[in-house]
Design a protein. Structure first.
Ligand code: NOJ
Length: 564
């Protein structure tokens, strides 16, 4: 007899299992750029507290905040030197608690960024580890003794010099997949894992609701460090990520932390195959709940833009692979890429509003937990930074040095960087049209985009047709209609070159989503467009429908409930 028969309860297939994190709408806050209350030019927790009503007004139900822990800030906090302390820039632990309570009072859950593939080189563990070869913390990190010769090549994501850094003190090299100030922790050491679970428990006790596991796919390493073939680094995630042992660690983490505290955890990255992704998140595996893959952000890196056909293909294939089991995040932007609207929409004055609304309609009508990056609810855009001296990001500077060393055309490189750089997405939030966009009374750590005079919360609050108010309507629509959360996704007329059309179906309810991704009018005829329907949302005042044929205006986005 199966356990479920014994209990006489129906077997619940995972596809039917409901969960708050599936129904959630997540909003990502980059804390140093959200709202400054001290005048030091950096956002802080009190700033978030001031804006709690704003967050509530969006209707979002989850906040993921980038790291705010003790850190020398080489990678803006992704280099942690004290995992249980608040960086003074953001306030105190009391401020943190006040912010968390304020979010909880408004029904908003909090997701903490857990950066444990690596720590900062200023973390006491690393200070101990590098101090002598027989220090008890030595094997908290990966070391290669110099007398064994040069270590087998490992590439670094940030450092053009590679992932091994020679350290004079003990005549050995240490491993860092990111910057040399971010040494990789040795997850094969059970003591390290217990330290990490203790950190996660510390935050769970404070009341956080979930974790976002930074760069987690790289955590497990083959500590014999075999030689890998030349050029292997071109398939970085395949060689550096998702070792089978990772799953043992995730299961252990689940038992130690996730399950007892009833938390949610999302992985940055999803391996290199659907199988990898399923292995991370399928419910019966007891590892994580959600993963996010990089395919959607990788299709738009270049100045030439992206192909709608590729965009549709990525989302369709991932949806199909997760139809019955597992769950994904749906996102198009975050703190690691340029702004949503510059990459997928159109920043021309005539098209900025409808294209941002169309993209938000897409994000909030797909299957998967939608992630919105702060400012995308307003259509915030890239800034212009043509000179390398203006950049502070460790990754931009690393890429620049690498390109220079490889003799690339540096004018072209700078053009690309200006468009692609993640610094574009880190400019201060645009609250109003005053100096510094209402972000700070002091000098902002990063210049506020000049367009804050027109693109800002105060202006968009007043305008019922703004990007912001459309975002709020879309969030509400999703929350009011489980079909938008759980409904099956079916793409229609996939080859259409301007319109992305799909249905979502749950039991008797079916909605049709039509999105014009182009700056021209576009027409579509479908079996579904011949049916009677109720328009649920439209980012234009008009909808041209004639004898089953629908013509959409540039970047028009509609959702219609079909009446069968
Ligand atoms: C991924 C984070 O999203 C990114 O911002 C950071 O630089 C790297 N991991 C290293 O922690």
């Amino acid at each position: 007899m199966k356990p479920n028969d014994r209990n006489n309860t129906p077997v619940i297939l995972e596809k039917d299992a409901k969960a708050w994190w599936k129904e959630g709408v997540l909003y990502q806050i980059y804390p140093q750029s959200f709202k400054d209350t001290t005048g030091d030019g950096f956002g802080d927790f009190q700033g978030v507290i001031q804006k709690l009503d704003y967050l509530e007004s969006l209707g979002i139900t989850m906040v993921w905040m980038n790291p705010f822990f003790g850190s020398p800030l080489v990678d803006n906090g992704y280099d942690v030197s004290n995992y249980t302390a608040i960086h003074p820039r953001y306030g105190t632990m009391e401020d943190f608690q006040e912010m968390l309570d304020g979010l909880h009072c408004r029904g908003i859950k909090f997701v903490l960024d857990v950066v444990v593939n690596h720590s900062s080189n200023e973390h006491p563990w690393f200070q101990q580890s590098r101090s002598s070869r027989d220090n008890p913390y030595r094997d908290y990190y990966h070391w290669w003794p110099a007398e064994k010769g040069t270590p087998p090549f490992r590439d670094s994501i940030f450092d053009p010099e590679g992932a091994w850094q020679f350290d004079q003190q003990t005549n050995a090299y240490y491993l860092h997949y990111f910057a040399k100030e971010q040494p990789d922790l040795n997850w094969e050491n059970p003591k390290v894992r217990q330290e990490i679970y203790a950190i996660m428990k510390f935050w769970a006790e404070k009341g956080v609701d979930g974790f976002r596991m930074d760069a987690f796919q790289y955590a497990s390493k083959d500590t014999t460090f075999p030689e890998w073939p030349k050029g292997h680094e071109k398939e970085y995630d395949k060689w550096y990520g998702m070792r089978p042992q990772l799953h043992d660690y995730l299961k252990e983490m689940y038992t130690e932390v996730i399950e007892p505290y009833n938390l949610f955890a999302v992985a940055e990255g999803a391996g290199t195959s659907f199988k990898d992704a399923h292995d991370l998140v399928d419910a019966d595996r007891n590892e994580l709940q959600v993963a996010y893959h990089f395919d959607c952000r990788d299709i738009s890196k270049d100045l030439e833009g992206y192909q709608l056909s590729e965009f549709k293909a990525v989302f369709t294939k991932w949806d199909a692979a997760f139809k019955n089991n597992g769950w994904l995040a749906i996102y198009l932007s975050n703190h690691d890429v340029a702004r949503l609207i510059d990459r997928y929409g159109n920043t021309d004055a005539a098209f900025r509003t409808p294209s941002a609304q169309m993209l938000n309609t897409f994000l909030l009508s797909m299957r998967g937990t939608p992630y919105t990056y702060y400012g995308d609810e307003l259509g915030m855009t890239n800034i212009d930074m043509p000179k390398i001296e203006e950049y502070v990001d460790v990754s931009a500077i690393g890429d620049y040095n690498r390109a220079k060393a490889e003799g690339e055309d540096m004018d072209q490189f700078m053009k690309k960087l200006n468009f692609n750089s993640r610094e574009n997405a880190r400019t201060p939030m645009q609250w109003d049209s005053t100096k510094n966009g209402g972000f700070t009374e002091g000098k902002p750590w990063k210049k506020v985009n000049d367009n804050h005079q027109t693109i800002n919360v105060v202006a968009q609050n007043k305008d019922p047709k703004s990007i912001l108010n459309h975002f709020r309507k879309m969030v509400k629509l999703r929350k009011d209609n489980p079909v938008l959360v759980y409904g099956q996704y079916q793409i229609l007329q996939e080859s259409h070159s301007e319109i992305y059309a799909y249905t979502r179906t749950l039991d008797e309810q079916q909605v049709l989503v039509l999105l014009n991704f182009s700056k021209k009018q576009a027409t579509i005829t479908l079996e579904e467009t011949t049916k009677t329907g109720t328009l649920l949302i439209n980012n234009y005042d008009r909808l041209d429908a004639k004898e089953g044929q629908i013509t959409l205006q540039p970047y028009q986005a509609i959702i219609c409930e079909l009446i069968n």
